[in-house]
Design a protein around this ligand. Structure first.
Ligand code: AP5
Ligand code: MG
Length: 249
């Protein structure tokens, strides 16, 4: 069993165990928004490589300083550095029942590395690609506001806080990401098209563990569709039936 293999899930048969779930998609499709909802529902961690890199940047680590320059230009951070960062995070015990990888893998090299790491995993990775037309994404990116304390994601057009610029939960002043500008958005889209689109095809061609969901719907509808997809990919028929009748939030 490789170092990264998942230990036996701590659950009985009546509890759904998500296992490793990948959320793939272009900048602004809703990976972070939906990952947070899955975290609340399943009590498994969100592992966002973007957030981890921003944390390194904040702490001025060697990796953070290197990443800062690349992220500011909308370019990808080198595979070996990101893989190592993910490897370290996956050794944490909170990953035992699964985790949501948000924004990883983003290159074929990262996808193949992850497959090798998880070769002996009890539950195989499932990949869910969120799809939104590019013309919608620019507004999502330039309108995004984030709480620096709790990480809640808002949008000044589609998900505004009750009080302008203030987090509903923490009362903190909301911030914008340094790379959420129009020119950097286009660079990030270039990186998505040239590197990450191939990752989507990689999982699509591996049949049985891939699905696409329409991300251009309300946040609740996207959540419902991701849950249904996840249950289907994991053959969890009971859970699949229940999500079709319940309120998702
Ligand atoms: P990362 O932080 O991952 O950025 P990204 O992929 O560009 O994705 P975003 O976080 O911008 O979008 P999201 O899909 O999470 O959308 P969100 O839910 O916030 O990466 C940043 C950088 O780090 C990269 O450019 C690269 O340099 C580096 N990096 C990271 N991972 C790497 C890797 N693996 N390898 C190499 N380098 C890496 O939603 C966006 C907005 O839309 C929000 O305002 C939200 O409120 C709104 N919204 C969400 N859903 C809906 C909806 N259904 N309807 C209306 N509005 C919605
Ligand atoms: Mg994100």
């Amino acid at each position: 069993m490789s170092m990264m293999s998942m230990p036996k899930p701590l659950s009985n048969s009546s509890i759904f165990v998500p296992g490793p779930v990948l959320l793939l998609g272009a900048p602004g499709v809703g990976k972070g928004t939906q990952a947070k909802r899955l975290v609340e529902r399943f009590s498994i961690p969100q592992i966002s490589t973007g957030d981890l890199l921003r944390e390194h940047r904040k702490n001025q680590t060697e990796l953070g300083m290197l990443a800062e320059e690349l992220m500011a230009k909308g370019l990808l951070v080198p595979d070996d550095l990101v893989n190592q960062m993910v490897a370290t995070r996956l050794t944490e015990p909170d990953t035992r029942n699964g985790y949501i990888l948000d924004g990883f893998p983003r290159t074929l090299n990262q996808a193949e590395w992850l497959d090798r790491q998880l070769a002996d995993s009890l539950l195989p990775v499932v990949a869910i690609s969120i799809v939104v037309p590019e013309r919608i994404l620019l507004e999502r990116i330039t309108g995004r506001l984030i709480c620096p304390v709790c990480g809640t994601i808002y949008n000044m057009y589609s998900e505004p806080p009750s009080q302008l610029g203030i987090c509903d939960r923490e009362g903190a002043t909301l911030t914008q990401r340094a790379d959420d500008t129009e020119p950097v958005f286009y660079e990030r889209m270039n990186a998505f098209r040239s590197k990450t689109a191939a990752v989507v095809e990689y999982y699509r061609s591996h049949g049985g563990r891939f699905a696409e969901v329409d991300g251009n719907l309300s946040m609740d509808e996207v959540t419902r569709s991701i849950l249904a997809t996840l249950f289907e990919l994991r053959n969890a028929t009971d859970s699949l039936e229940s999500v079709q009748h319940e309120k998702v939030r």
